[in-house]
Design a protein around this ligand. Structure first.
Ligand SMILES: Cc1cc2nc3c(=O)[nH]c(=O)nc-3n(C[C@H](O)[C@H](O)[C@H](O)COP(=O)(O)OP(=O)(O)OC[C@H]3O[C@@H](n4cnc5c(N)ncnc54)[C@H](O)[C@@H]3O)c2cc1C
Length: 518
């Protein structure tokens, strides 16, 4: 079936929670690049933030989120996020998700930026626990058709409205049109743009690129968040060591075993991620940085962090006896496709949810564990507004065969792009470095386009998206002449509220600098 009432691109938490809701209104097609479980959502460890503790309040969660967002959060969106939190945790539990408990109440974790314990979790594998239940429920729904190994290439826009997508059906080597009056982008993040990332191979920013090519507005693209602690062994994607490990008392130590975060921020090891990541990069100039949890003892560590404990052991490190080598890595895109509270983009018929969207809740920096909540809250708000639409235009031809080519050079270009972005559009940025990135990206793009003219494959589709999104991030970073949140520009190292309480918005090739409304 290439025609449905709702077409959802992406099978992470945003895509599947929208699909489950929309299935009550009509027929839904979910397409996903690899298998259903291949997503950032499946890898989430720490959990989902919501006001659930007796000592907590909506005001606390709102204030914490806005403080971490460094002056650029949309207060209204944050309020919607926070006030809906407990209800959405209840919705997940109703679907069958089991969160850890302490007696009658949920066992709440604490993470960076949060002033209270408020993170509902399932051990240290919350993402896969949630995703497994979502996948099960989606598979049970007769109204949802799932198409795996189908890669969206671009949006089909007709008379100003989105009517569906063009996608590569990898197994059939066919380029297929999927039609729907409502198309949803839920394609997740962009971590793969960087040499070091916690994100899986699918996180190449395709949805953001597709929306941009179609003329949708994008915002806050300069704010790419780096997580301070991945296990610094092996190759990308690196295994994440959740912030809850520091929330439970883990200490960052430099090569001389000094606890260096104490002198840098009043929250020490639980300072916002941008501050911790930058401090680590400074320390890495002098040697390896470590995470120390030896003092927490084996029974606690095994019980609270079974997966992390096991993974460290597999790599030859005992959390009980050894210092664990860690590094920052690209983790999360705070900006993305600009949407309102119902996920509506600037193109009629096109919605966006989750990490590829920009609802305004993160501002210049995301607070830990707010992103899964964002996927849940905004898809549920959309459901309250959306109605099934009838009819659509006929997009002919529906399918055609394409030449699938073998392009080893695409891997070389991808690695080069990742290195360039890591070195110069990463944790520490400079005007000269960013300008050089633009030059290098142009060369990568020329090569990618020449390869694409010969045929198609998933690597080339991804490379095409990656170059486009890399350029958007770099151009936004070059435009913002200050440092704020995740964006640090060495030439302008201070936050400048007088001139930069603003959002950088792309619409096609135009950049608009818009005032932030409080
Ligand atoms: C290691 C790790 C730990 C994290 N821990 C937490 C946490 O504890 N709490 C929290 O709140 N957040 C956490 N996050 C962030 C959070 O997991 C994500 O922001 C959130 O799950 C994103 O959900 P999503 O549905 O928007 O995207 P994803 O879950 O990434 O799903 C995107 C989907 O789109 C598909 N896709 C992409 N491009 C295409 C295409 N061209 N065609 C078809 N399909 C496509 C992908 O295959 C995937 O199925 C973590 C992230 C990582 C990587």
């Amino acid at each position: 079936m290439n025609h449905s009432n709702f077409l959802v691109v992406g099978s992470g938490l945003a895509g599947l929670s929208f699909a489950l809701r929309a299935a009550e209104l009509g027929e839904v097609t979910v397409i996903t690049k690899k298998a259903l479980m291949d997503s950032n959502s499946s890898l989430a460890q720490g959990g989902i933030a919501a006001v659930l503790g007796a000592d907590d309040s909506f005001e606390n969660h709102i204030d914490d989120t806005i403080r971490v967002g460094k002056g650029l959060c949309d207060r209204r969106a944050v309020e919607l996020l926070v006030r809906r939190g407990p209800e959405l945790i209840g919705w997940l539990m109703g679907l069958g998700v089991e969160f850890d408990r302490m007696g009658d109440v949920l066992d709440l974790g604490k993470e960076g930026g949060h002033s209270r314990r408020r993170v509902a979790h399932s051990g240290d594998l919350t993402g896969s626990a949630v995703q497994e239940v979502m996948v099960q429920r989606v598979k049970e729904s007769p109204a949802i058709e799932i198409r795996e190994k189908v890669v969206a290439v671009d949006l089909v826009v007709h008379e100003g409205s989105c009517r569906g997508i063009r996608a590569l059906d990898v197994e059939r080597s066919r380029l297929v049109n999927f039609q729907a009056p409502v198309t949803v982008l839920a394609t997740g993040g962009v971590g793969q743009l960087y040499a070091k990332t916690s994100n899986p191979a699918v996180a190449t920013g395709d949805g953001v690129a597709m929306a941009w090519w179609a003329g949708a507005e994008l915002a806050d693209m300069e704010f790419t968040q780096f997580h301070p602690t991945v296990l610094n062994v092996g190759t990308s994607p690196f295994f994440l060591i959740s912030e809850t490990v520091r929330g439970e008392g883990g200490i960052l130590r430099n090569n001389s075993e000094e606890a260096f975060m104490k002198g840098i921020h009043r929250l020490g090891d639980l300072a916002p991620r941008d501050i911790v990541s930058r401090a680590m990069v400074e320390e890495q100039k002098r040697g390896q940085v470590y995470l120390d949890v030896r003092h927490k003892g084996e029974p606690f560590l095994r019980r609270r962090f079974p997966t992390i404990y096991q993974r460290c052991a597999e790599e030859g490190y005992s959390m009980v006896r050894d210092l664990i080598p860690v590094s920052p890595a690209a983790h999360y895109l705070c900006g993305g496709i600009k949407v309102n509270e119902y996920g509506e983009t600037s193109i009629p018929g096109l919605l966006a949810f989750g990490e590829c969207s920009c609802t305004g809740i993160h501002g210049a920096n995301r607070m830990a564990s707010n992103s899964m909540l964002e996927c849940l809250v905004f898809t549920s708000l959309a459901f309250e507004k959306i109605r099934p639409h009838e009819g659509s235009v006929d997009l002919s031809p529906m399918e055609r065969e394409v030449q699938i080519v073998d392009t080893p050079e695409a891997h070389v270009l991808r690695s080069h792009l990742q290195d360039v972005m890591w070195d110069s559009t990463g944790i520490n940025r400079s005007v000269a470095g960013l300008k050089q990135v633009i030059v290098e990206l142009r060369e990568i793009e020329e090569r990618a386009e020449s390869l694409l003219s010969r045929g198609m494959n998933t690597d080339l589709i991804e490379l095409h998206s990656m170059v486009a999104v890399a350029r958007l991030i770099t151009r936004a970073a070059l435009t913002r002449r200050e440092s704020r949140g995740t964006h640090y520009l060495a030439d302008h190292p201070r936050r400048d509220d007088e001139n930069w309480l603003k959002h950088i918005v792309f619409k096609g090739n135009r950049i608009k600098v818009e005032d932030h409304r409080t």
